[in-house]
Design a protein around this ligand. Structure first.
Ligand code: ADP
Ligand code: MG
Length: 671
């Protein structure tokens, strides 16, 4: 019986050891305990396990649904059924214990005598049968038999039960086997799941690191986003500003476009007008040119009517410190038109003390009347004088040579008339700067009619029949190297002074600079030879060249402005010292050149075949300015002083002779 019992216990032990089947699922890793995955991931990961667990659970349930005790209970029940009905159901185990005890006791002990069935004590009921007296062997045997029978029955039952249990054991072993297999599978799965879990853990770690990294990135990105948002705000603001500006610009553009279209229409009409105007302008230009030519012709006619040789007399005022001349010494009788007419006559009274009357009373003064083209009394200003010669100067632009002289004794106002007074006062500006300013201005006006002019100036002095450059600079300054008057080229009519500077001028400033330089050069010379300036002729020449490119016209003429040397004679009563002898020589040279000038004018006036230009440097230099086509003006400068009356008379007589001359019709130098 012992070997049969151990498998049952073993099975039970096995079952109890291998189970608790109910707890089996709990040995599986619980979701959310070891994995910190998301619920979904964990669900997915554990899904097969769950299913399996459920399956296992089912199996376990099946296994556990079979009562553990019932096997014994069944035995007990069977036992109960087979044993006396008095035996309570719950005495099964106790009965088995009793059986075991009996069996135990039986094994070593001697066989008990059979008991009488009826007398058999209910051993199995747990109550000890009443001990039969030693003499009741039969009873004892009967008891033993009953007990044996009972044991046999029990043995049978136990065999059956054993059989059943063995079946159950097999079944349980089978089940245990399958459970073991399942357990292994589950363990494998568990290992796999654990590996997965570890992997998941690792992934989780990685993910955490990644999350941290991403969080860091997120932080950076958020910072960036904030910056960008700030920037965006700024940009939005800027955009709004730009949009407003754009709107403004568009508005302006529209206004401009409207204005432009208006302007375009205006331009179109203006263009049309311009075309008309251009045609008109051409027509006007033609007319203007015709008129200009007509003006030049009429201008020349007028100048001719006034005379190609004109003489103006100018009397300078009495200077401070000079004796006042006696009343009536100089008179300026009105012209035929009355006092409104510009004076043309001058009357000079001379009282000759040597002539006496018989009564001894002084002889009445002798009146000398002179008539000139114009007489300027002492009060006449520089502008008034220039006004009279402006038209004559303009003739030079039209191509007529013009020559203006200032003739008179020293101190009569020649230099004042030609160059101007001291101090650079514009009121006392002389004829040279005024004439040049006038020429520049008229040339500019003529520029609008297509004429272009150029001017080249030179300034020389002739002293004792030698020519000296007054525009010399540098080492030649003041020395005035030898200059010679030569023809510009072989067969050329034009004359030029060698070694002299010919300076192109185009504005007043340049002329001023030249006059200043000439003044300086004269001053240097004055220190070398006393008062040389009044003993020499100063010749300012301006070569004028004009061109009308459109019509292929050219004209050119010289304008000469000459400040002659003092015309006074040397007092014949003077004793001749060495200085006086030199003075006499100078005077003779001056007188010679001045009389040559007179002779040249006479010869021209008389249309003589030979004109003695070459008799003096002065007339030779001015040859081209004195010829047939030239216009000449002579200022005779007179001192208002009575003491100079003799020289004044000489000058007036010389001028009168010149005034009587008429040079033939002038021809413009046109090419
Ligand atoms: P010239 O050149 O004939 O020797 P100046 O021109 O040097 O004479 O004149 C002599 C002086 O008389 C100078 O001081 C000058 O300023 C003065 N003078 C000459 N003419 C006038 C005038 N019209 N008005 C005022 N002062 C004059
Ligand atoms: Mg002078």
């Amino acid at each position: 019986m012992e070997p049969q019992r151990s498998p049952l216990l073993e099975v039970r032990g096995n079952i109890q050891l291998k189970r608790p089947p109910v707890k089996a699922p709990s040995r599986l890793p619980l979701p959310g305990t070891r994995f910190k995955r998301g619920p979904d991931q964990m669900e997915d990961a554990l899904e097969p396990e769950k299913k399996r667990t459920r399956g296992l659970d089912t199996v376990t349930k099946i296994a556990t649904s079979r009562p553990r005790a019932p096997a014994l209970t069944t035995v007990a029940q069977t036992q109960g059924q087979t044993t006396a009905p008095k035996v309570p159901k719950k005495t099964g185990p106790r009965c088995s214990t009793a059986v075991a005890t009996v069996l135990k006791n039986q094994k070593p002990g001697p066989a008990a005598p059979a008991q009488k069935p009826g007398a058999a004590a209910p051993v199995l009921g747990g109550r000890k049968p009443t001990k039969r007296p030693a003499w009741d062997l039969k009873g004892q045997l009967c008891d033993l038999n009953a007990e044996l029978k009972c044991c046999r029955e029990r043995t049978q039952t136990l065999d059956q039960e054993n059989q059943q249990l063995q079946d159950q054991l097999r079944e349980a072993q089978q089940q245990a086997k399958s459970l073991g297999a399942e357990c292994r599978t589950l363990e494998g799965e568990l290992a796999r799941v654990q590996a997965q879990a570890e992997q998941g853990q690792q992934e989780l770690g990685n993910l955490r690191a990644r999350v941290l990294e991403l969080e860091e990135q997120l932080g950076t990105q958020q910072g960036l986003v904030q910056e960008l948002q700030k920037e965006q705000l700024g940009l939005q603001e800027e955009r709004r500003g730009l949009a407003a500006r754009l709107e403004e610009q568009e508005r302006r553009l529209q206004a401009s476009e409207a204005a432009l279209s208006g302007s375009q229409a205006e331009v179109a009409s203006l263009r049309q007008e311009a075309t008309t105007q251009a045609a008109l302008l051409v027509e006007q230009g033609e007319r203007l040119h015709g008129l200009e030519m007509e003006r030049r012709r009429l201008h020349n006619q007028l100048q001719e009517l006034k005379g190609n040789i004109r003489v103006f007399c100018r009397v300078r005022p009495v200077l401070p410190g000079e004796p006042t001349p006696p009343p009536g010494f100089l008179l300026f009788p009105s012209g035929p038109g009355g006092p409104s007419d510009p004076p043309t006559r001058l009357s000079l009274s001379r009282s000759d003390e040597r002539r006496g009357t018989l009564s001894g009373a002084p002889a009445p003064p002798t009146r000398h009347d002179f008539s000139f083209d114009r007489v300027f009394p002492p009060g006449s200003g520089q502008d008034e004088v220039f006004e009279e010669i402006a038209m004559l100067v303009q003739s030079a632009l039209d191509g007529y040579p013009v020559c203006i002289f200032a003739y008179g004794q020293t101190g009569s106002g020649k230099t004042f008339t030609m160059e101007g007074g001291p101090g650079g006062d514009p009121q006392v500006e002389g004829l040279i700067p005024r004439a040049l300013r006038h020429l520049f201005s008229v040339a500019q006006e003529l520029g609008s009619q297509g004429w272009t002019y150029s001017f080249v100036a030179s300034y020389v002095e002739i002293y004792n029949e030698t020519v000296r450059d007054l525009l010399a600079t540098g080492t030649r300054k003041g020395q005035g190297g030898e200059c010679e008057i030569r023809r510009a080229g072989p067969g050329s009519e034009e004359l030029t002074v060698t070694n002299a500077r010919y300076v192109p001028v185009s504005c007043e400033k340049e002329v001023e600079a030249l006059l200043h330089l000439a003044h300086q050069n004269r001053a240097v010379a004055r220190t070398a030879q006393n008062e040389r300036s009044s003993r020499s002729h100063s010749v300012f020449q301006l070569q004028i060249s004009g061109e009308h490119a459109g019509r292929g016209l050219q004209c050119g003429a010289p304008l000469s402005l000459v400040d002659l040397a003092g015309s006074e004679r040397l007092d014949p009563g003077l004793t001749l010292g060495p200085g006086e002898r030199e003075r006499l020589r100078e005077t003779q040279a001056i007188n010679s050149s001045l009389s040559t000038l007179g002779l040249v004018i006479m010869a021209l006036s008389n249309k003589e075949s030979h004109v003695p230009y070459r008799n003096s440097k002065l007339t030779y230099l001015l040859q081209n300015s004195l010829g047939g086509s030239a216009k000449m003006l002579m200022f005779v400068n007179i001192s208002p002083l009575e003491e100079n009356v003799s020289e004044s008379l000489n000058s007036l007589r010389f001028a009168s002779k010149v005034n009587q001359c008429v040079i033939g019709t002038a021809q413009a130098n046109r090419k």
